[in-house]
Design a protein around this ligand. Structure first.
Ligand SMILES: C[S@@+](CC[C@H](N)C(=O)[O-])C[C@H]1O[C@@H](n2cnc3c(N)ncnc32)[C@H](O)[C@@H]1O
Length: 395
């Protein structure tokens, strides 16, 4: 738990109840192991609490990236698993597992927990308690498709168009990486921003009759005067070519193309309503925020009802891990996390207690590995060991 002086905690019935101590073991099932098993990939069938307790012995402080997509407590019994809990039972279930998951993370590690609006706000509070509010790295939203066209007599609440992924790092010193996305420049718009800034540079001069009393201009005087001149040239080009009704970006890109000037060399400043502004042109590459609604969350590789898209796991695994890192999913479902980790040659551990662990997960992972086998020369990571969770006396 974090040691901040201001401790805020959620309480619920049974929060501190100790579970009966059961000793478990993981027993390798040779008939389900697949491919080259001389690596650390593990597919494990069993309740994740018992499995995590066993894994703690060998994997404490070793996991780089945890992604989980637990039951959302939607009070529905799905085809492959039940998602019906009391509110307290759901919180207990998550709390006990999150405590161990935190122990498994390396100091440079991250945990992603996907959820919808029903338990989101409670989950945030228990994750703050366990991982520390200072390690919260934002809530990512992903696009959830919903039926937007069928009208019923009334609706109690708005339909939910997104899922949320709470992201925490194990330590505050590990910020999130920049993720760049490409966009067609012309479909994007530029922005005009205040040329005055509070940073303490030397740019304190009079520009267009104005001199900032506190703070400074953003660029030096020579660049500022050139940028004012550039703006005049651009306006002349617009008027000479009758482009007054065209979007500003088209005029800008048309001018620099005709004059063979690079975008970054043609800086602009304008004065509008006694305010000096500089122009930030649209770029192809933009920095992704916590809005990941460019990703549709539903996957389509299997018939599992809550499969998430490989695109989501691709973004997480490729940006937050490197080849030797270990990725863990304790609510594996149809094995999306393991399949994507396998494709990226990461070591993975997947835990699932439903029978679909044998049918869906095994089938999907074996197919991924078969395909990699056909293409790949390096066959070291192409395989996994399968384990069953058993009580020690049952062995
Ligand atoms: C929402 S689904 C995960 C879907 C997954 N992200 C995918 O792409 O297929 C949640 C999964 O967690 C499993 N699960 C729920 N409670 C569990 C537990 N205590 N131990 C292991 N698995 C559990 C369910 O059987 C279900 O397959």
């Amino acid at each position: 738990m974090n040691n901040t002086s201001e401790s805020i905690e959620l309480s619920w019935i049974g929060k501190n109840k100790q579970n009966e101590k059961i000793d478990y073991d993981l027993v390798k099932q040779d008939e389900y192991c697949y491919g080259n098993c001389n690596n650390s990939n593990m597919l494990i069938h069993g309740d994740n609490l018992g499995v995590l307790e066993v894994l703690r012995e060998d994997f404490k402080g070793k996991i780089k990236c945890i992604y989980i997509d637990p039951p959302y407590n939607s009070l529905i019994k799905f085809q492959h698993y039940s998602d019906k809990y009391t509110h307290s039972d759901w919180l207990n279930m998550m709390y006990q597992r999150l405590l161990i998951l935190k122990e498994l993370l390396v100091d440079e590690g991250y945990i992603f927990v996907q959820i919808d609006n029903r338990e989101l706000h409670y989950l945030k509070i228990i994750m703050d308690e366990i991982f520390g509010r200072e390690n919260y790295r934002n809530s990512i939203i992903v696009n959830k498709t919903y039926d937007a066209y069928t009208l019923s007599n009334s609706q109690e609440v708005f339909k939910t168009g997104y899922d949320t992924i709470l992201l925490y790092s194990k330590k505050t010193s590990y910020p999130v990486p920049f993720i760049f996305k490409k966009k067609d420049c012309l479909k994007n718009i530029g922005v005009w921003k205040d040329f005055w800034c509070i940073s303490s540079n030397e740019n304190n001069y009079t520009l267009c009759g104005m001199n900032p009393e506190n703070g400074n201009w953003r660029w030096n005087e020579e660049k500022a005067l050139r940028s004012l001149e550039n703006y005049k040239l651009l306006m002349k080009y617009r008027d000479d070519n009758n482009l007054q009704n065209e979007p500003f970006e088209e005029i800008f890109f048309g001018y620099i193309k005709n004059n063979k000037i690079l975008k970054d060399e043609f800086t602009l400043i304008r004065v509008i309503n006694d305010r000096v502004e500089y122009y930030i042109p649209p770029t192809e590459n933009y920095i992704l925020s916590d809005d990941w609604t460019d990703i549709i969350v539903q996957g389509s590789e299997t018939n599992f009802e809550h499969e998430v898209s490989e695109e989501l796991l691709n973004r997480i695994i490729s940006n937050f891990t490197k080849p030797k890192d270990i990725v863990l999913d304790a609510f594996l479902g149809s094995a999306t996390t393991a399949a994507v980790a396998q494709k990226h040659n990461r070591t993975w551990i997947g835990i699932e207690y439903g029978e679909h662990c044998y049918s869906t997960c095994v089938k999907r992972l074996n197919n991924v590995i078969k395909e990699q086998h056909l293409k790949n020369k390096n066959k070291n990571n192409l395989g996994y060991k399968f384990y069953e969770l058993v009580k020690k006396e049952e062995k």
